[in-house]
Design a protein around this ligand. Sequence first.
Ligand code: GUN
Length: 282
Amino acid sequence: MAVIMDGKALSIKLKNALKNEVDELKNSGVNPCLAVIIVGNNPASKIYVNNKKKSCEELGIKSLEYALPEETTEEELLGIIDELNKNEEVDGILCQLPLPSHICEKNVINAISPEKDVDAFHPENVGHIMIGDYTFLPCTPAGVMEILKEYEIDVAGKNCVVVGRSNIVGKPMTMLLLKENATVTVCHSRTQDLASFTKQADVLVSAVGKPNLITADMVKENAVVIDVAINRLDSGKLCGDVDFENVKEKASFITPVPGGVGPMTIATLMKNTVTSAKKKVK
Ligand code: GUN
């Protein structure tokens, strides 16, 4: 049976270390501050934003919350972002995605100052990630890399298969694995015979959002399986993309959902906020 990789415990360890950094920043007169914007009533987004707020409180990071109604116009949202860009108190700005369909996500991402873009979604920061030279880590992929590091899994030269090609996870995940000298294959909704690729993976990362997409027959014996997805079943239970109960019998390491990658995404967000605040230390 696989080792269950405890992202929750690792996130607590990382947040404790960050708390010390926040205390030091405060002693030198810098008060880290994260602004979080949510538009509309997406239930999953509300939970994520609440968890981000809770982590800020735990670490002593000030959080400003903008919970805007569904009808908010793009112009209004861009106006708020403009104010936050100019507000010197604010170190990080995060606008929770997805946005209502009448708002153009690209315009919103492009409007956030790259210096305060703690999600690392702005094209300038994406470019930095592409060339492996960055200040802000892409939150979820960097969380995955921390989990791999904690369990001493070296990806250099390994066959890593990323399922999903989103700008938030799949693409930056590919870049971080490449930076660590993995051989990376990206699969997506148009991939023919997905199993033929996943069966070759020493490290399999799934970030699709489809329960039971990855079944035991698709996984190589002793593979490392990282489940990035968070799906809610009709029963209300949370699950990832991976058929956890069966795959854990075949893998050498596996992340659970919940308690795997999710908490690490937030820990990285906190790290990026602290990194941004550190620029203010004279
Ligand atoms: N929606 C899903 N994941 C994320 C994330 O990491 N950041 C933001 N801003 N929105 C998301």
